[in-house]
Design a protein around this ligand. Structure first.
Ligand SMILES: [Zn+2]
Length: 150
């Protein structure tokens, strides 16, 4: 952008010119200055087009990220985390907080071998019901031996 000329400073009344005439001249100079520096219709149009272009670029980037995130999620949901021969393709890493994190080498899904809160509750509930004789776990399958709602 071109450097803008400084706004004219108020002038001292000169000989033969009244303060009021001086003030009028000052106002005319300021108006002329503003008119000279006002953006043209073409400049305004250019600025708006540039703004619109940047806005559109930002939107495109957001859509791209959203699309990539959705595609990754879909890939991870469909992944069996196994190699074609049926063997697990999960690698592990020990974290500084003592947890062990697993990551699928195919879909990059990060999994933790720490049971979630829901898993702990489910496990505790199953154990309690088993202790009460309401169910048995046979070959990894749960068998209900008594109605659970009693
Ligand atoms: Zn996977």
């Amino acid at each position: 952008m071109a450097e803008q000329p400084p706004i004219p400073k108020p002038l001292e009344p000169a000989g033969g010119m009244s303060a009021a005439a001086m003030k009028d001249m000052q106002a005319m100079m300021v108006a002329a200055f503003q008119a000279a520096n006002a953006p043209t219709a073409e400049e305004l149009e250019k600025r708006e087009a540039e703004k619109a272009r940047l806005r559109q670029r930002k939107l495109n980037m957001i859509r791209l990220v959203e699309t990539e995130v959705a595609a990754k999620r879909r890939r991870q949901e469909l992944c069996r985390h196994k190699k074609p021969d049926g063997e697990d393709c999960v690698g592990g890493q020990d974290m500084s907080n003592g947890k062990h994190v697993l990551i699928c080498l195919r879909c990059q899904k990060v999994m933790s071998d720490q049971p979630t809160e829901e898993m702990v509750i489910a496990q505790t509930t199953l154990q309690r019901l088993a202790e009460q004789g309401k169910l048995k776990i046979v070959n990894g399958k749960i068998q209900v031996t008594e109605p659970l709602n009693t």
